[in-house]
Design a protein around this ligand. Structure first.
Ligand SMILES: [Zn+2]
Length: 290
């Protein structure tokens, strides 16, 4: 089956992520919700998470001698199956690692890739997949990870390039202009509250809420994914090697965790006509338009 084929011009959601496991953390709810609601869901990964570490001290290698890339490929395959994602594509770059690490200088590192080339690769995928809605990270890459920042830059430009008749890329493909572009968002007030709780408990939060958070007035869509929470958690759980016992998720009080995970927040940066306040559906205004 051609993974790019559109069945009856079905509504399509394309999520652009930097690494395996990002899909479950910030978009696991919308991916499983929209998959269940008949939307075609597609993920493009910029890298395969080659610079990741085994963050779970209890992780057992499925087979001796496996590389982190092999492990993450298996984990990704399981997670996208749980989320019922229809197809997965790769831009073909290498994980750049956290800022300031030697991995930043690898010749294939995504963060130092030729931006025009990366835009062309993604624009080609957009023209083939023909998504109506695209989701990626904000300009801070959520938490300043170099690959997430690059994913934002490349996606923003590819979003417009794909629809530009004058933009030529590889094979002859018809231009396709997606309608809406969203950035994932963490409500600033919530993350400040979380930070305060950790400080009061005497813990070192290890994050800056002012970087991570998006001010409430910039959050334009709040999607209720509570019904899909178990699937989101199951998908997260597929990334066993990345299960860090000290992660924010693990340390969050249960009530806050449910509040944080049961709703996914987005900032609309293109194509939203907000007339009645916040959207509760990323496809608002698009149903019946295909
Ligand atoms: Zn990531």
């Amino acid at each position: 089956m051609n993974p790019f084929r559109t069945k009856n011009d079905q509504l399509t959601l394309l999520v652009v992520h930097a690494h395996p496991d990002d899909e479950s953390i910030s978009t696991g709810g919308v991916l499983s919700k929209y998959s269940a609601n008949g939307v075609r869901t597609v993920i493009t990964y910029c890298t395969r998470g080659e610079a990741g570490d085994i963050l779970n001290p209890d992780f057992v290698f499925p087979k001796p001698g496996m590389s982190i890339t092999d492990i993450r490929a298996i984990e990704l395959e399981k997670a996208v199956k749980v989320l019922d994602v229809k197809s997965v594509h790769f831009l073909g770059y290498r994980d750049s690692g956290m800022a300031g690490t030697p991995e930043n200088h690898h010749p294939q590192a995504f963060a130092r890739a030729d931006q025009q080339e990366a835009i062309a690769r993604l624009a080609e995928i957009i023209r083939r997949v023909r998504p109506h809605v695209i989701v990626t990270y904000n300009e801070r890459g959520t938490y300043l990870h170099p690959d997430h920042i690059m994913a934002n830059r490349v996606t923003l430009r590819a979003f417009h390039a794909a629809g530009d008749r004058g933009y030529h890329v590889g094979p002859k493909l018809a231009p396709w202009q997606p309608t809406k572009l969203y950035y994932t968002a963490i409500p600033l007030e919530r993350i400040r509250r979380m930070h305060k709780i950790l400080v009061e408990r005497g813990e070192e939060p290890g994050f800056d809420p002012e970087v991570l958070g998006t001010p409430e007035d910039r959050i334009s869509a709040i999607i209720d994914v509570r019904k899909f929470l178990s699937r989101k958690l199951e998908a997260l759980n597929c990334h066993q090697s990345q299960m860090n016992p000290n992660s924010i998720f693990r340390r969050m009080p249960e009530k806050l965790r449910m509040e944080a995970m049961g709703y996914e927040n987005f900032e609309c940066v293109h194509g939203c006509a907000l007339t009645n306040g916040r959207e509760t559906d990323l496809f608002e205004g698009l149903h019946g338009s295909t």
